[in-house]
Design a protein around this ligand. Structure first.
Ligand SMILES: Cc1cc2nc3c(=O)[nH]c(=O)nc-3n(C[C@H](O)[C@H](O)[C@H](O)COP(=O)(O)OP(=O)(O)OC[C@H]3O[C@@H](n4cnc5c(N)ncnc54)[C@H](O)[C@@H]3O)c2cc1C
Length: 342
């Protein structure tokens, strides 16, 4: 019996565990994977994550200046981060987040979660784990949500290839920019430059986002030129919750953080920063619940305080990227704005 069980040791779980340690609360951290493990992800960290974590150089694959955005007709606009962002490999980044914890994640696949009056019970491999509270940070395919019958809203599908290329070729063709291609309705394509590989992916709402569509995307110009001579070394795909934080963020004893709670920017699928923030808020809410406050109220307040609930107000994919025409207009507007700042 533990005070808290944290399910999932990605950015949300690692951040929740770190905050529980800081607050002196007993917890157990469980993940089905052995770390370092990979996670399908563009691996783009905005400047605020780099700054807040004081990200060491060795974790960065490449520093990033910001976004380079392309419209369907290849109008281009560069949007700089206020300070340096970074492209990372999730295997290295997630292991870095776990490095500062006093305990390693226990490796077990959780197959069911039951909530009782006094505790939560998980089946983790062959064991039963009981805890007073559960922070469910088990991602976009959360077993905790499934077990408790809490469905996700809209889920996007994102898929990507890793394409091996020499570092100097990547520096010349892409440089230190995360490239975004608004070539699709309700979604987009991207290139993330790493040290010696480029991640090329597409993601969005609806059945148009598939490996076949990714194969077509990498043959289009200018993607084909940027990846010329490269070798595909990996394919991966994963869901992304796209409706913002779920209406049910907590029950009596269970809180949902990170992707499991829908804490993703619905316009871009960016989730790492929000996973870290919501993991921390979940731990703080548990501390309040231990002092007698209802868990749901405490978590609502903590997530609101962290500005996370405003993610519900964004509908970028369906408003701005509803058609190539809308995307074209959007990039041209951005370009005008950028000129205004020069
Ligand atoms: C293709 C793609 C590209 C993306 N690009 C970006 C990007 O560039 N920048 C960005 O900020 N975000 C990006 N995202 C979103 C980002 O990856 C997620 O928002 C982020 O990983 C969420 O962190 P998390 O800790 O909530 O979940 P996860 O990172 O998914 O971690 C969940 C953990 O739970 C464990 N787990 C799951 N089920 C079980 C179980 N049954 N038992 C035990 N353990 C379990 C998993 O092993 C995993 O370690 C992208 C997503 C995709 C799919």
């Amino acid at each position: 019996m533990h005070e808290v069980c944290v399910l999932g040791a990605g950015p949300a779980g690692a951040s929740a565990a770190a905050e529980l340690e800081r607050l002196g609360i007993d917890y157990v951290l469980i993940d089905k994977a052995q770390f370092p493990r990979s996670k399908p992800c563009g691996g783009v960290l905005p400047w605020r994550v780099v700054e807040e974590l004081r990200l060491p150089q060795e974790v960065m694959e490449r520093p990033l200046k910001g976004y380079r955005i392309f419209s369907p007709s290849l109008e281009k606009v560069e949007s700089r981060f206020p300070s340096q962002g970074a492209a990372v490999r999730r295997s290295t980044f997630d292991a870095f987040l776990l490095r500062s914890l006093k305990q390693e994640p226990r490796q077990a696949k959780v197959t069911s979660v039951k909530e009782g009056d006094d505790c939560v019970e998980l089946i983790a491999g062959k064991r039963r784990v009981r805890a007073r509270y559960l922070i469910a940070a088990d991602g976009a395919n959360s077993v905790a949500r499934r077990s408790l019958g809490i469905a996700y809203g809209k889920l996007a599908l994102a898929c990507q290839y890793h394409v091996a290329l020499p570092g100097e070729v990547i520096a010349e063709r892409i440089g230190e920019w995360f490239e975004v291609y608004y070539f699709f309705s309700y979604g987009y394509g991207w290139l993330t430059p790493l040290r010696s590989a480029v991640k090329v992916g597409i993601g969005g709402l609806g059945s148009a986002f598939s490996r076949r569509a990714l194969d077509a995307f990498i043959k289009t110009s200018p993607i084909a030129e940027k990846l010329a001579g490269g070798k595909i070394v990996r394919y991966e795909a994963h869901r992304i919750p796209m409706q913002g934080p779920s209406p049910t963020l907590a029950t009596k004893r269970v809180l949902f953080a990170g992707d499991a709670g829908g804490f993703v920017f619905p316009g871009t699928g960016e989730g790492i920063y929000y996973a870290i923030r919501s993991g921390k808020a979940a731990a703080q809410a548990v501390a309040k619940a231990m002092q007698g406050e209802p868990l749901t109220e405490a978590y609502k307040r903590e997530t609101h305080k962290a500005g996370l609930l405003s993610l519900r107000e964004v509908n970028f994919l369906e408003d701005t990227l509803a058609s190539p025409h809308e995307a074209e207009r959007y990039v041209r507007r951005l370009k005008k704005l950028a000129r205004g700042f020069q």
